[in-house]
Write a protein that binds this ligand. Structure first.
Ligand code: ADP
Length: 545
């Protein structure tokens, strides 16, 4: 017998309907690409998304199943494009401008993007690349007539604001199956070519709701949310959906992500919740350190993920600014949130010192995510906080395949996705990432967690950033090399770093050497690029070797 409840496909336009109807005058503040701060509301975003949808379907032929790319910063217009195109049954493919040109060309051609929506900032890039993008029909430049480049060689350039002006703000969204694709994001592919992850309306709605839960990001209409995480990184950590579900006020930082600009918006707009990768917070904290009078009184919590959040960053927020930190882990393939380091019923009774040890971990699985750790033969391993294994996940917002069937080896026959991460799970259910399986340091048949080494090293006074990599060693196979960037003006020495680390990690984990460098390379998604580092240090020999 079927239930007798209404058919109500979980389409992302329902979120916009809700925000426009019940939080219609709630403000969306953006730092525009053109410069000035722009203010609008959910009601207005709703009208303009509908107008955009009607215009792109009439004039550009975008509709059910069309794949349209965006290369854009977080602004109100980017939000309108997401809802306008997705609302038609089209697919928004977000392009990460930090990728190398060859990777971008590969991704756009592989996805077979039809139209590309580009911010002004990227017009020169596409002018250069377009000859290598034969399937792209044309480019919508996300600006008004006044700011359109006077001359451009772009194929079929269209002015965004003119497009909207020609559309119908009363356009009625079509209804279709909630399993229809609506978003596409490539993983940066540190090994092999990037692979496409394809989100559905249903997965985005469910994942967005999940992120609002109090044991997740705890979002509500009382929040002012600033997603510093770009909409082109891993589905913007749900925030382009969960903010609308919660009806929160939204602050979009546009192209300026440096410490001073991020601080300016956090402060002036009284942001209560924000989210980004650790490197963004390093820049902000550096700015705050250099300007000791600055405070963050409105900021209640910050979600940090994308790579392991060093203890030093967490402590700085909590102890110096009274802002709580939620350490989150996830992947593009998981929409992306997979776990969150928030207190549970059992851990809220723990003394502070005990809780901090757990808070540093990547956290617990929220509703709609299941996880397990297994050995190489797929046997489940115990949740004792010590045994580590391959981390596998399941859920309605977890990928079941990559676009065009690539990378099938990551998907088990029994429906689990192998994350490629190595982790422990403790008796309280908190998962701790030891490493990406390819970054773990293999010394004498045992594993050393590069993340743990980095965490401890980054708490050493004078250390700005640290990365641990395994390099070949005659006797032990691999031994850790610690690569360190000193804080401005600091003179911290190898011996001081090692002395600081002693007693905080097992003795045999201590790095064999410390190399000081001016910068540590990062990937397009803000992770330490271990691949580049290993390449840089390929001729390096340990002093003991
Ligand atoms: P990409 O591979 O393109 O950089 P993702 O952002 O999807 O894209 O990367 C997911 C990976 O990032 C995870 O598998 C994990 O290795 C790492 N990661 C994400 N969050 C954390 C975290 N909080 N701690 C440690 N690693 C993390």
């Amino acid at each position: 017998m079927l239930g007798l409840m209404q058919e109500f496909p979980l389409l992302v336009t329902r979120l916009l309907d809700h925000a426009a109807r019940w939080h219609g005058d709630t403000e969306i503040v953006s730092r525009s690409v053109e410069g000035p701060i722009h203010r609008t509301s959910y009601a207005e975003i709703d009208r303009r998304s509908r107008a955009l949808a009607s215009a792109v379907s009439n004039r550009l032929g975008i509709g059910m199943g069309s794949i349209a790319a965006t290369m854009a910063w977080n602004t109100w217009r980017h939000l309108e494009i997401w809802y306008g195109v997705m609302g038609l049954g089209g697919i928004v493919h977000t392009l990460n401008p930090r990728l190398f040109a060859d990777q971008l060309v590969y991704i756009v051609n592989h996805a077979e993007d039809g139209w590309v929506f580009t911010d002004l900032s990227f017009v020169p890039l596409f002018e250069k690349l377009q000859d290598r993008l034969p399937k792209v029909k044309g480019f919508v430049v996300i600006t008004d007539r006044q700011h359109m480049p006077a001359e451009t060689s772009l194929r079929n350039p269209v002015c965004y604001e003119e497009l909207i002006a020609s559309g119908d703000p009363g356009f009625a969204w079509p209804e279709f199956d909630e399993n229809t694709a609506c978003g596409m994001c490539y993983t940066s592919g540190t090994t092999g070519n990037p692979k496409g992850v394809v989100y559905s309306h249903r997965s985005n709605v469910l994942h967005g709701m999940m992120c609002c839960l109090s044991d997740a990001l705890g979002l509500s209409s009382r929040d002012t949310i600033m997603p510093v995480v770009p909409m082109f990184h891993a589905n913007a950590w749900s925030l382009a959906f969960s903010s609308l579900i919660s009806g929160a006020r939204l602050v979009l930082p546009g192209p300026k992500l440096d410490g001073a600009s991020v601080y300016e918006l956090l402060d002036r707009e009284r942001v209560t919740f924000t989210a980004a990768v650790p490197t963004v917070w390093m820049m902000l904290l550096k700015h705050l350190e250099q300007n000791p009078a600055l405070r963050l009184p409105a900021l209640e919590r910050v979600a940090i993920g994308g790579s392991a959040c060093p203890e030093a960053i967490m402590k700085a927020f909590v102890e110096n600014y009274g802002t709580d930190v939620i350490h989150a882990w996830g992947m593009t393939e998981m929409s992306p949130i997979g776990s969150l380091g928030v207190k549970s019923g059992r851990t809220s009774a723990l003394p502070d010192g005990e809780w901090w040890k757990i808070k540093l971990k990547q956290g617990r699985a929220p509703f709609l995510v299941d996880m397990k750790i297994t050995d190489d033969d797929n046997r489940a391993l115990p949740h004792d906080g010590r045994t580590f294994g391959r981390l596998k996940v399941k859920g309605p917002a977890v990928a079941r395949a990559y676009f065009k069937g690539e990378g099938a080896a990551a998907f088990d026959a029994d429906g689990w996705f192998d994350t490629g991460d190595v982790a422990t799970i403790d008796p309280y259910g908190y998962m701790n990432i030891t490493d990406r399986s390819k970054d773990v340091i293999k010394s004498g048949g045992e594993w050393i967690s590069s993340i743990d080494l980095e965490n401890v090293a980054m708490a050493c006074p004078g250390v700005q950033e640290a990365a641990a990599i395994g390099l070949p060693h005659l006797k032990w196979d691999e031994r850790p090399l610690l690569v360190v960037v000193r804080k401005e003006g600091a003179t911290v020495s190898k011996q001081q770093v090692l002395t600081h680390m002693e007693g905080k990690v097992a003795k045999w984990w201590l790095p064999d050497d410390v190399a000081f460098v001016d910068d540590i390379p990062h990937t397009a998604t803000g992770k330490i690029s271990k691949l580049t580092l290993r390449e840089r240090f390929k001729d390096y020999r340990f002093p003991s070797a």
